[in-house]
Ligand binder design. Sequence first.
Ligand SMILES: Nc1nc2c(c(=O)[nH]1)N[C@H]1C(S)=C(S)[C@@H](COP(=O)(O)OP(=O)(O)OC[C@H]3O[C@@H](n4cnc5c(=O)[nH]c(N)nc54)[C@H](O)[C@@H]3O)O[C@H]1N2
Ligand SMILES: Nc1nc2c(c(=O)[nH]1)N[C@H]1C(S)=C(S)[C@@H](COP(=O)(O)OP(=O)(O)OC[C@H]3O[C@@H](n4cnc5c(=O)[nH]c(N)nc54)[C@H](O)[C@@H]3O)O[C@H]1N2
Ligand code: SF4
Ligand SMILES: [Mo]
Length: 725
Amino acid sequence: MTSERLTFCRFCHAFCPIRVTVENGRAVKIIGDKDNSMYHGFTCRKGRELPAQHAHPERLLHSVERHSDGSYRAITSAQAIDAIARRLSAIIDEHGPRSVAMYTGTFTHHYPSGTAFAMAFMAAIGSPMLFSPSTIDQPGKPMAVAFHGRWNAGPTAFHDADTWMLVGANPLVSMWGGIPQFNPAKRLHDARKRGLKLIVIDPRRSEVAQKAEVFLQPKPGEDPTILAGMVRVILSEGLIDEAFADEHVEGLAALRAAVEPYTADYVAARADVFATDVVKAARLFAAGPKGMVSCGTGPNMAPRGTLTEYLVLVLNTLCGRWVKEGEPIPNPFALMPEGENKAQPEPRPEKAYGFGETMRVRGLATSAAGVPTAAAAEEILLNGEGQVRALLTVGGNPMAAWPDQLRTFDAMKSLALGVTLDIKMSATAKLCDYVIAPKLSLESPSITKPNEALTFYGVSPGYPEPYAQYGPVVAEPPAGADVIEEWEFFYGLAQRMGLELNVEGTVVDMVNKPTSDEVLEMLTRGSRIPLSEVKKHPHGHIFSDPSIVAKPKDDDWVHRLDVGAAEMMAELDEVAEEAFYEHGGYDGDPVFSHRLISRRMKDVYNSNGRDLDKLVRQNSSYNPAFMNPADLEALNLVAGDVVEITSNRTSIYGIVEEAPDVRPGAISMAHAWGDAPEHDTSVRFIGSNTGRLVDNTRRFDPRSGIPIMSAIPVNVRKADNQLDA
Ligand SMILES: Nc1nc2c(c(=O)[nH]1)N[C@H]1C(S)=C(S)[C@@H](COP(=O)(O)OP(=O)(O)OC[C@H]3O[C@@H](n4cnc5c(=O)[nH]c(N)nc54)[C@H](O)[C@@H]3O)O[C@H]1N2
Ligand SMILES: Nc1nc2c(c(=O)[nH]1)N[C@H]1C(S)=C(S)[C@@H](COP(=O)(O)OP(=O)(O)OC[C@H]3O[C@@H](n4cnc5c(=O)[nH]c(N)nc54)[C@H](O)[C@@H]3O)O[C@H]1N2
Ligand code: SF4
Ligand SMILES: [Mo]
C-alpha cells in the first residue's frame, strides 16, 4: 500500500517540511512540501536521502553490549536499560552523582523530547556534569550577550533589512548563521532583488561571499581587529543611532578609547585586507537603516571568539538595530509562551562565567555557554574525588567532534561505563559498553519548537516569523527492529533507578508511561499556540498576530546595553598590543606557515551522511584539504597528494584539493571525519580528523574553555607515504 505523508526533515536543524511516499510502512521517497509558506518546497540532497538512512544496512536495529573480548552482541533495549541502570546506580553509590556525565550532541536539537528527558534525568541523579556542543560551537554568543545585555524585544528581521553582514558564516551551505535557515538561498535572492546589500568577512570566498557587495578576505583569526576598525569608523564619522544610544546604551566613552588604535590602515596591514574596504563596509552597514551583523562558527572557533561576538553586538547596538517601541515583533513565538516583548535591555547576569560547577582542571567552570566540553576528557582522565567515570552520549560523537581527539580517545577508553544512543557504530560507539538503537526521525513524532528557542541564541538564527509544525510518525521501523525513542531510554533508566523526573515543570508519571505525544504536550505547556491547534496544520503554519508589537520601556528602568564592558575593552587593548599576528604568531610558538580553518560540506552534516552512497560523491568520501593554487605550487603539490598537516599538538594526513576560493596561507577543512588513530592510513576513504590538531590545554578561552579550533597554526608538507589506493 502506498500513501503520502507530511512531516519535517530532521537530517539537519533546518527542519524542512517534506512529503514522504510510504510503501508498506517504509519511506521510499521524499520531496519538499510546496504548500509550505515558510520554506516554499525547499529540500536538499541530505533530506532526500532519509529513506536510505532509515533503511541503511548498517543501521543499528538492536541495542548492543560489548563483551570482554571486545565483540558486540545484540540485546533487547529492556535488558540494556536494566544493565545500565544497575551499573549507574553502583557508580553513583560509590563515587557520587558527579561521576556520571552526559554529552547531549547536535542531534538533541532534532529530538526535543529526548533532550528534555536527558536533562531531567541528570537533574534527578543530581549531576551537574552536563556537556553539550554549545561550548565548542559558538560559545562567544551567549558570553557576549552576558557582557553586553539582551534586548528584550529582539533583533530586527532579515525580511525588511537593507543591509546584512556575515562574519565567518556560510548559511547557503550550513543552513545556519545569519540568514534565516529556511530556504536561505531564496531569501537572499529575494532580498538582494529588493536592494539588500550584503557584506561578508571570510578567509574563503564562500558560497555566500560570492553574493556580497563588499567582501573582506582576511587572514584567519583577525575578526576582532576588523570589527574594531569598523566600530572606529562608525564612531569617528558620527554614524551611530544617537537617539537609541542616549536612551539605552552605556560605555560609549570606553569603547571610543579602546578602538582608537584600530585605524583602517592598521586593520588593513594586520588583517591583510584593503583599508578602503573596511571603511566601505562600515559605512554601508551603518547606512542601513535596517539590518544586522551576525557571526558564525569560524570566528567563534578562532582565538578571541567572545570578543568577536561582543563587537558584533556593539555594531548592532551602535546602529540601533533592535526592535523599537511600537514596531511589530517578528516572531512572538508559537510553540513557546509569548515573550514579554519590551523595547528595553534585560538586566545583565552578575557573572558571564566562573559560576556553577567548577571543573577540576585549568580553573574552568560553568559559563553562560554551559559546562566546558573541552574539559570533559580531562575530567574523565584525572583521578581523584569527583572523577567522571560514566559518560552517557545522546546524538553526539565525541570521537569525531570534540577538540583534541587524542585526549578524547584516551578518555573514552578509560571510562568505567560508556553508553551512547546512536543509529550506527560511530567512532564513539565503538568505544562504548552499550549502544542504544534509537528510532529515526520518520518513526517518531516531533515539533519545530527547538528552532523557535534559537531566538535566544545571540543574534537570532531562529524562525523569522511565528512558524510551527508538528511532525507525526510517518513510517515504521524495519521489521524485527527493537528501537526506542531517546526519551524512552531515560524514562526507563529513571524508573529502574527509582527516580522521579520533572520535565520542564511537569512531574512525570513514573508508573504509567506517557505517550510520545503526551511528552510533546509537556514541552509546549503554556505555548502561545496550543499544540492541538498546530496539529491542525499538517503543512506547518505561520501563526501571525500583527497586534503584537514592542511595548514601551518600563518606568524608571535603569538597565542599558553595555558597549564598553571593562573585560572586553581590556581584551581590545591586549589585541592592539600583541605582536602582529603573523602566520604562527602566538607568543613563544614557532612560526607556522599556514592556518587551518573550519568549514561545512554540503552533503554531510558533521559526522553524518558519510555512509550514504548518494551523498558520498567522488570528492566527499573524505574531507579534502582545500588550498589556494599558489600555495600548492609553492609547496610543489598537486591535487590528490597526501600531505601531513602539523600543529603544535600532532600531525594528521590530508588530501589536498585546489581551491582558488581559499586565501593563500589558509587550509580549509571540514571536521568530524576520520576515526581513531589506527585507521589513519585509510584517509583516502574516511578522511581525517581536524580536531586532533587541537590542544585543549593551550591557548584556550579561560571563560568558556573553547580551544583554538579554527585559524589553527599549522605547517604542511607532502607526506612520505602517499597511501595510494
Ligand atoms: N551541510 C552541513 N550543514 C551544517 C553542518 C554540516 O556539517 N554540514 N553543521 C551544522 C553545525 S553543527 C553548525 S554549528 C552550523 C555552522 O554554520 P556556519 O557557522 O555557517 O558554518 P560554516 O559553513 O562552516 O561557515 C563558517 C565560515 O567561517 C569561515 N571561517 C573559518 N575561520 C574563520 C575566521 O577566523 N574568521 C572568519 N571571519 N571566518 C572564518 C569559514 O571559511 C566558513 O566559511 O552548520 C550546521 N549545518
Ligand atoms: N575541529 C572542529 N571541531 C568541531 C567543529 C568544527 O567546526 N571544527 N564543530 C563543532 C560543532 S559546531 C558541533 S555542533 C560539534 C558536533 O558534535 P556532535 O554532535 O558530537 O557530532 P555529530 O557528528 O553531529 O554527532 C551526531 C551523532 O548522532 C548520531 N545520530 C544521527 N542521527 C541520529 C538520531 O536520529 N538519533 C540519535 N540518537 N543519534 C543520531 C550520528 O550517527 C552521530 O554519531 O562538533 C564540533 N567540533
Ligand atoms: S536542509 Fe536538507 S537536511 Fe536540512 S532539514 Fe532541509 S532537507 Fe533536511
Ligand atoms: Mo554546531
